[in-house]
Design a protein around this ligand. Sequence first.
Ligand SMILES: Cc1cc2nc3c(=O)[nH]c(=O)nc-3n(C[C@H](O)[C@H](O)[C@H](O)COP(=O)(O)O)c2cc1C
Length: 229
Amino acid sequence: MNRKRLLLLNGSPRKAKTSYVFARTIKHLAEKKGHKAEIIHIIEYFDEEKHFDALKDIILPQDILGLITPLYVDTLPYPVIWFLEKLSCDLAGELKGKEFFAVAQCGFPDADLLHPLLESCRYFAKAVEMRWLGGLGYGGGALIDGTPLEKLGRKGKKIISAFTSALDDIVEGKNISPSAQGLLTAKIPKILYRPLAAFLNYRKKREAYLQGVSDADLTRKTYLENYKL
Ligand SMILES: Cc1cc2nc3c(=O)[nH]c(=O)nc-3n(C[C@H](O)[C@H](O)[C@H](O)COP(=O)(O)O)c2cc1C
């Protein structure tokens, strides 16, 4: 067997939440198949807790890089954008030939919201001449909120089997098959979508109020303030 080395990049600033539990599961599955896998947290490099320069020694021996990230305001979280830009500048030419995949997840149940983010990841791979193996999207990550997948019953089992199927392709250097995305896509009746979205919005607002955010803050359009024609 061709043993591969995988580096999983956790794109969430919240180091132990849903992106991390996804990365942790992918790591365990890869190790069970006899491959080597490790996880790094992008936020530690963004916050300068760890030196970006030291990353070169971690990244260069890897065969496969995988980004596991939440969706922030319909795109990648800024620390992830910063990190990918830094990789493309500082390791220009040295990522060529490695393989890259992404797993994205968002708060709302509709995984189609993740398509632009995954397209940005495909574009990044192309720009640094890595081979794009494809991306997976999971809608409803906010409800998981860092709960280990093993504790999620049927839902967790389906996500684990989607990752198992995707990994079979990834370690063979094949494009992730659409059936993995099929397993990851929860079929929510259309009629439930609005009440669920309202519930998720309510939860987020409540969390914001607890952090001292006011209604005025939530509706502020800072980009229009001090705007003069
Ligand atoms: C600043 C911010 C922006 C977000 N923007 C979106 C969004 O545009 N669409 C969406 O469905 N979820 C959005 N979410 C929800 C997160 O994608 C979701 O809660 C995710 O599961 C968080 O991942 P984590 O647990 O790994 O941090 C946002 C969350 C935050 C904190």
